[in-house]
Design a protein around this ligand. Sequence first.
Ligand SMILES: O=P(O)(O)OC[C@H]1O[C@H](OP(=O)(O)OP(=O)(O)O)[C@H](O)[C@@H]1O
Ligand SMILES: O=c1cc[nH]c(=O)[nH]1
Ligand SMILES: [Mg+2]
Length: 219
Amino acid sequence: MIIHNLSQQNSVLNTFISEMRHVKIQKDSMRFRRNIERIGEVLGYEMSKILTYKSSKIDTPLGSCQINLMENDIVLCSILRAGIPLHNGLLNYFDTAENAFISAYRHHKHHIETFEIIVEYLACPKLENKTLILADPMLATGQSMVATFEALKPFGTPKNIHLVSVIGAEPGINYVNEHFPKNTHLWIATIDKTLNNESYIIPGLGDAGDLAFGKKLQK
Ligand SMILES: O=P(O)(O)OC[C@H]1O[C@H](OP(=O)(O)OP(=O)(O)O)[C@H](O)[C@@H]1O
Ligand SMILES: O=c1cc[nH]c(=O)[nH]1
Ligand SMILES: [Mg+2]
């Protein structure tokens, strides 16, 4: 896996991430969602630099010119719920992308330390030979990303895969690395070292889905 960790360079992303992490500022859910969306825009822009382009002729009112335009083969897939604002940010830049949505949540059977990932809802176009962008702001154990990848397999084999995330934990990134093809790219705003015993990223930011959309009752 090729990891693009944007925190290795100072940029405006630091401001967006610091607001998402900040115990008081993060309580403003509109700002929290908008920061995820803004990070989606920045990561999308960075990713766009390595996508495939072809030359097109554009006619202006006064003449014509050649310009390289992105190939129109992107499927943007996001993991509900917290993926929604990241999806919006990416879609702001990839105007003509096809879209897929999948639900994945942690189901705790007996105690808080153990869970399985439940995938229930999936809407997806054909993926064969396309560029798949898989978006989820939190990459903790990596199990949601891997369960999603498994669920998408019947829709075809993408020619390229780009994972997009805001905060990842090292153990989860290693897990994803073991389960996705070698040429997969990971575009990530920042990476934290570890997880706690409930598999939350430390220091992380808490529960991204709850911060964006409100607390949910555990099933
Ligand atoms: O890497 P993992 O250990 O799988 O954890 C990451 C998952 O946890 C969060 O979703 P959550 O299950 O909280 O659902 P939500 O978006 O509905 O809050 C997040 O958006 C990821 O999907
Ligand atoms: O730290 C974490 C881990 C999983 N999901 C979250 O929202 N936060
Ligand atoms: Mg959540």
